[in-house]
Design a protein around this ligand. Structure first.
Ligand SMILES: CSC[C@@H](O)[C@@H](O)C(=O)COP(=O)(O)O
Length: 367
């Protein structure tokens, strides 16, 4: 997608040296566009855990380049066996991270060490290119849903939570891809953007992305979604996800479950957009089996923004002695999900429908 007229992906290999890795530092958005150059797997691991890059598909793609950097420095079996678990430990909930690392490990084990660096860069590039194509397909399938909702309406109001836009993937996004396509197709879409405390991905990333693309949007605090649904001001909800079980339970940014409950109570369709790399075929029960990342309490007890004089400011908003819990994700049970928007089409959130949509992947895991 474009930033001020220039097309970007969210990750790429440096044009000048053709081996180091460039990312957009998302901790600096929307205030500054900083593009650090990453040269070691340790820097990649830090970028993922400190959330310079975030969003399930993008952390998978970034980890793939972490393996490529490691193989460039040392293509031995030992180096491969060390870097994969090191990168896998950076964030626990998004299955795409492990999916990408397993894919890299499988691809590289088939090569002798002398060929591994080139093979690793090629595989990481393939993961990125496939992600773009996958998200474009998700966008096209989701566009059909928005088109259907647009019949007889002046405007389609879509609520989204967190950021599942182009900067959460390599390009296009998952939840936002259908919205970009609808906007580009001339459909009058308007997005209600949840704040998404504690890290405010909605305010700082989704609002920024939508604004850069000219998509009309309104930012709302996390607690306002139910109110707008009760008033008939939300036509559909579309969110992304970090892991979907084979039975259709959905882990996504903390607060997603409450939006799904409010959507069900108000008859608002609740869709989840995902690439099939986000499906964990090994588990069925999301609540019991998906590991939920617990992040630092400081993300809850403080808030960071831009002071009126332009400087960045972090302020404490909680009494000094209060403790804080910070689960980063929650699980929305499949029964609250109206449909899963995948690269192969839209399917019901249940085991039979998912296995029918992806028989190759479901069988592969069972074998
Ligand atoms: C296409 S991104 C899907 C999800 O990863 C997204 O909705 C989300 O919850 C991101 O969480 P984050 O903690 O910002 O990585």
């Amino acid at each position: 997608m474009k930033i001020d007229g220039t097309p970007y992906r969210s990750i790429w290999v440096d044009d000048a040296d053709r081996w180091s890795v460039r990312i957009i530092d998302q901790t600096k958005l929307p205030w500054a566009i900083e593009i650090p150059r990453l040269t070691t797997p340790e820097q990649i691991a830090h970028a993922i855990s400190a959330m310079l890059v975030r969003g399930a598909p993008l952390i998978g793609a970034t980890a793939a380049y972490g393996v490529a950097l490691a193989m460039r420095a040392d293509p031995s079996d030992e180096a491969l066996e060390t870097v994969v678990p090191m990168l896998a430990a950076t964030r626990p909930t998004a299955i795409n991270l492990r999916w990408a690392l397993m894919r890299m490990q499988r691809a590289l084990s088939a090569h002798p060490p002398a060929e591994r660096a080139d093979a690793a860069y090629a595989e990481a590039a393939a993961i990125c290119d496939e992600d773009v194509a996958t998200n474009r397909a998700i966008g096209e399938h989701g566009l059909g849903l928005i088109r259907a909702r647009a019949q007889g309406r002046r405007r389609v109001n879509i609520l989204t939570h967190c950021n599942a836009g182009w900067i959460a993937t390599v390009d296009w996004g998952t939840a936002l891809a259908p919205i970009y396509m609808a906007h580009d197709a001339g459909i009058d879409v308007h997005v209600l953007v949840d704040e998404t405390r504690p890290r405010n991905q909605g305010f700082s990333l989704t609002a920024w992305e939508l604004g850069k693309h000219g998509v009309p949007h309104t930012v709302i605090v996390d607690n306002a979604g139910g109110h707008f649904m009760q008033r008939g001001e939300v036509d559909m909800v579309i969110v992304g996800t970090d892991r979907v079980t084979r039975a259709g339970d959905v882990a996504n940014k903390i607060g997603t479950y409450l939006k799904a409950l409010a959507a069900r109570d108000n008859g608002v369709p609740f869709y989840v957009a995902l690439p099939s790399s986000t499906i964990d075929w090994t588990i069925a029960d999301g609540l019991g089996s998906i590991p939920i990342e617990e992040r630092a309490p400081a993300e809850v007890t403080t808030i960071t923004g831009r002071a009126l004089d332009g400087s960045m400011l972090t302020v404490r908003i909680v009494p000094k002695d209060s403790t804080a819990a910070n689960p980063a994700f929650d699980v929305t049970p499949a029964r609250l999900v109206s449909g899963l928007i995948t690269e192969r089409g839209i399917c019901a959130a249940n085991e039979r429908a998912l296995a029918a949509m992806f028989p190759d992947q479901a069988l592969q895991t069972a074998a």
